[in-house]
Design a protein around this ligand. Sequence first.
Ligand SMILES: [Zn+2]
Length: 189
Amino acid sequence: MPQTYGQCSLYLYPEQKDFTAETLSSLISELQEICFLSQPVDRNDEYDFFTGDKFLNHIAYMGCAPAIKFEADPDDEGNDADFCHIKIHRHKTSRLICSQKQSTTPRCPHCKKPVRDWQDDKTAATIKCNQCGTTSNIEDFDWRKMAGYAQLFIEITDIFPKEAIPQKILLDRLTDITNTEWKYFYSCQ
Ligand SMILES: [Zn+2]
């Protein structure tokens, strides 16, 4: 993979942008029940988990026999050890997570044109399209699976863009648990 990707993750997020899950512990235990998540990586961080036994039923890797590391290399130092684990992020307000390493060109919901330099016309919750001048909510733009706007994100680390895809069984389960549809994107830092 090209060096420019940096550290990449697959993110799952609810379509309902202000969804936060009243009790995260019940969401977590549901995900443990289907063996998507296992135990916390570190007892001090309750939102960072090892992948579960059935992780690969829920996330399908493209290509043949990818070398996936599910545990930290004992020789690796620090917390950002390079292995596939699952982090849950909950924010006080909705936010846009997008790649820092690659330019993201969303499409305007009004004129459907790609909008470059959108950062210049972005407020907290809207973007003014520099093609047609219409101001629309951030979540209404088509981010082409390279960004997402939400309060709650499930991050699966160490996955390059399009290297692995969440399966319908997982997205359907999340929808059942939370009563909102789930989508996904990739982001590299
Ligand atoms: Zn437009």
